[in-house]
Design a protein around this ligand. Structure first.
Ligand code: SF4
Length: 491
């Protein structure tokens, strides 16, 4: 008989998402790509929040050693002390779980406290704690309540971080009890499946994206043709409906299948291989532009722990902008930029520098204006002296995303996306390849690394250059896009 494999709580959650994912994780882990930078950032945020959570339990003992055997040994010994334990580990049969905080209550009971960097309770958290509870009870502990501790997004930092206010709690005992029903059976099934010599065959589905995007997606979804139904703009349910009928390619969607206007354009473009151009609507958009044109883009960073006084968890903190100015039709652009040095709160310098280069008239062209408007509003709130100026800017902001989101222009190579990363290459033939920093997430994580002095002294200059290059391409790219739209419509 095959030897049982150890099932941890994270593996149990993987098993709930997909039996194939779990099998690969336990049998052929090399097939799983390393976490991307944003997933790694989410993990790092979790660790950071965990450190603040510990401060809520004075006298607590940390057992968060990487050594599995040490962790089990220390847990066994320290349970007798009846103190809050951080990362206590329990193994029974073939299941193992650590508990973020195990808090002694009454004479012999314990509460489980699970700490998350999210801002509310999710189903996956309930399932996570149900495994911990099951493991603890099987080990012989009396568990009273299960608590979820997470980020209070209404918290505003005032001087030092206050863990009492930063972290909210919700009692999830009832939901955890419900989720524990049938857990033994589920664990048995998973344990049996993972020792099978054959990887289970699982059809792709909505479970591939929930609760987290599966890292094996590239492998499992790789059989889909180019311009497949999952690139459909908007409603993904329709895509799964088609997939279940065996229709994978956009061009194979039957004529009687109901598509909305944008999806019909997508299908027509896929069949002809040519772009859709609504000249009248594009001209109307171009008519709204007033010279001088200010092409503007912000880069921001955010995190669970508010970095400065007056900031909230996950607030977007602007640290960089790029501005290309075109004074009149056909004139060459002028470039201005700002990149904070990373030594302190960049917000005042940011807005002050922006005010100096953003003239009093002319359109401000951005890509996805809700983002830029939101950042400006937050800056005006903290620096009221800029309030009136920001109010006036709002009327000048034009969203270059609009003609693409409305499908006034659509090219099949956009693959259902109106993002500038997809629009720029198909429209102008220029793109982000060859840049060391090529997306906003990468830019913000790079800046966070500058703040935390993670780069060797000699590299900082080059990294800052990379950041400037990336942000400048976003705004210069917008200049090129507008030029191209003019040419296409003989404007
Ligand atoms: S991509 Fe989907 S089917 Fe493939 S392993 Fe992941 S969850 Fe399972």
């Amino acid at each position: 008989m095959a030897r049982k494999k150890l099932l941890t709580k994270s593996k149990y959650l993987v098993g709930l998402q997909c039996s194939k994912y779990l099998w690969v994780m336990l049998n052929e882990p090399d097939r799983i790509p390393k976490p991307d930078v944003s997933t790694q950032h989410r993990f790092d945020q979790g660790h950071l929040v965990g450190e603040f959570a510990k401060k809520r339990f004075p006298g607590g003992i940390d057992i968060s050693t990487d050594d599995f055997t040490d962790n089990l040994r220390h847990t066994e010994k320290l349970l007798k002390k009846r103190k809050p334990l951080f990362e206590a580990g329990f193994m029974i049969d073939n299941i193992f779980s650590r508990v973020d905080v195990l808090k002694p209550v009454n004479k012999e009971e314990w509460d489980i406290v699970e700490v998350k960097s999210s801002t509310g309770v999710k189903d996956v958290n309930i399932r996570d704690v149900s495994f911990q509870r099951y493991c603890c009870e099987k080990y012989g502990l009396n568990i009273r309540n299960s608590i979820l501790m997470y980020i209070n997004n209404g918290y505003i930092r005032q001087s030092e971080i206050d863990p009492e206010d930063l972290l909210a709690t919700t009692d999830i005992t009832v939901q955890v009890d419900e989720a524990t029903n049938g857990i033994q059976k589920r664990i048995e099934n998973m344990s049996r499946e993972v020792v099978s010599g054959k990887c289970p065959s699982v059809t792709i589905g909505e479970h591939c994206n929930s609760p987290y995007v599966c890292p094996l997606k590239e492998e499992c979804w790789g059989f889909l043709p180019e311009n497949n139904v999952f690139e459909m703009y908007g409603n993904k349910k329709k895509a799964f409906e088609l997939f279940e009928k065996g229709i994978f390619a956009f061009k194979d969607i039957p004529d009687d299948f109901i598509l909305n206007g944008k999806q019909k354009i997508q299908k027509d473009c896929d069949i002809t291989g040519k772009p859709h151009i609504d000249e009248k609507a594009i001209r109307q958009f171009l008519n709204t532009l007033r010279y001088p044109l200010y092409y503007l883009d912000f880069e921001t960073f955010s995190g669970a722990i508010p970095p400065f006084d007056g900031t909230r968890p996950y607030q977007q903190i602007p640290f960089q902008f790029s501005l290309h100015v075109v004074d009149e039709d056909n004139a060459a652009s002028r470039h201005h930029s700002f990149l904070a040095d990373g030594t302190n709160d960049p917000r005042h310098e940011f807005i002050d520098s922006l005010k100096k280069v953003l003239g009093n008239c002319g359109s401000i062209v951005v890509y996805n204006m809700s983002f830029e408007k939101g950042v400006l509003r937050a800056l005006a709130n903290i620096f009221p002296e800029y309030n009136e100026w920001v109010e006036n800017l709002n009327d000048r902001i034009i969203d270059l995303l609009a003609p693409f989101r409305s499908f006034h222009y659509y090219h099949p190579r956009q693959k259902g996306s109106a993002s500038i990363k997809n629009v720029l290459p198909v429209l102008t033939g220029k793109g982000y390849e060859g840049l060391n920093i090529s997306d906003g997430m990468n830019a913000s994580l790079t800046f966070l690394d500058i703040i935390s002095n993670s780069f060797p002294e000699g590299e900082i200059g080059k990294i800052r250059k990379d950041l400037k290059k990336y942000c400048a391409l976003d705004t210069e790219g917008m200049v090129w896009i507008v030029d191209k739209l003019k040419k296409l419509t003989f404007y």
